[in-house]
Design a protein around this ligand. Structure first.
Ligand code: ZN
Length: 318
């Protein structure tokens, strides 16, 4: 059977931030516009409501674009490009960094790795070396130490605030706004009320949900949903698991608060509460084309490198 006649279910692509510049991220505004033009030519770009019924072919797949985390650059850089080419998209927004001056934990670690001028930091009395070639392993070590603090995620955020150098002390205001800040409440409302776009839940603080107590996981999911619905004045039906981390309890909690679909990454499954996505981390159109063609069948380490034991902060895989 010819490739163009084989019917395929929609492919869901997952992007993160799209900064104007991009010190720590591969896909900036110019690269993203090239992606959109490539996708317009080679795919049928669908809305989330079409996910269950849309069909494509191997040569011309149906594709849903999703963007995780709710960075301000998505409202200021990605959304204008999507509007220019009339491309629908879903934005999954974490509440925490929508408060000015607050940042998600992995944004902190990414910038510490990319911009910190010092040779080390101290956490709970332990020196973590960040000098030269030690930086990569140092950031991995610090990430593991922070994620091990209980209760998750409060103890992790408290330790960053109390013991580690503030982001503002080593990252310029312009870079913070372009790469780390979350959308303002007005931007969340504006995107939520644009018929081209859909806002979905992504928790309050972007924790690993399976590391949270049951009560905390429920609070992370439901209070984020309530906030998004208040701000957008729309029902919030979609959810993306931060870091694609979920289990049976998490799925149950999402059902209980009446999400209709939830998205993971890679080989999570195919149910409406474990919809697979393919993460896009490279500006290269060749890589994008290969991911469209290979769908979910590329080796896991290319789709979701942190599943191989790396931490997400180094790769922007969140
Ligand atoms: Zn995320």
């Amino acid at each position: 059977m010819a490739a163009e006649t084989i019917s395929t279910s929609p492919l869901v692509l997952m992007y993160h931030g799209v900064p104007r510049g991009g010190r720590a991220q591969a896909i900036n505004g110019r690269a993203f516009e090239r992606h959109v033009l490539f996708l317009k030519r080679n795919c049928t770009l669908i809305r989330p409501e079409q996910y269950a019924s849309a069909r494509g072919s191997l040569r011309h797949p149906a594709v849903l674009l999703t963007f995780d985390d709710g960075f301000r650059n998505l409202a200021e850089v990605a959304a204008p490009i999507l509007r220019r080419y009339d491309v629908p998209a879903v934005f999954f927004v974490s509440s925490r960094h929508c408060t000015p001056g607050k940042y998600l934990w992995f944004s902190y670690l990414k910038m510490l790795g990319a911009c910190f001028p010092g040779e080390g930091v101290t956490l709970n009395g332990k020196l973590v070396r960040l000098k030269g070639t030690e930086r990569r392993t140092g950031i991995q070590q610090l990430t593991s130490m922070l994620l091990a603090l209980a209760p998750h995620p409060h103890a992790m955020y408290a330790a960053i605030d109390a013991q580690l150098p503030p982001l503002e002390s080593f990252v310029s205001e312009a870079v913070l706004a372009d790469e780390c800040a979350g959308m303002t409440e007005d931007q969340v409302r504006e995107l939520g009320q644009d018929p081209l776009f859909t806002i979905g839940g992504h928790t309050l603080d972007h924790p690993y949900l399976t590391r949270c107590s049951a009560k905390e996981a429920e609070r992370q999911i439901s209070e984020n949903k309530t906030w998004l619905e208040r701000v957008t004045r729309r029902t919030c039906d979609l959810f993306a698991y931060p870091l694609a981390d979920f289990d049976r309890n998490t799925v149950e909690q999402c059902r209980r608060v009446r999400f209709k679909q939830a998205f993971g990454v890679g080989r999570n499954g195919v149910s409406q509460f474990a919809i697979r996505r393919v993460g896009i981390y490279s500006a290269s159109l060749t890589v994008l084309g290969a991911k469209l063609l290979c769908r979910h069948y590329l080796p896991t380490q290319l789709i979701a490198p942190w599943k191989q034991g790396y931490e997400p902060a180094l790769y922007g895989a969140s």
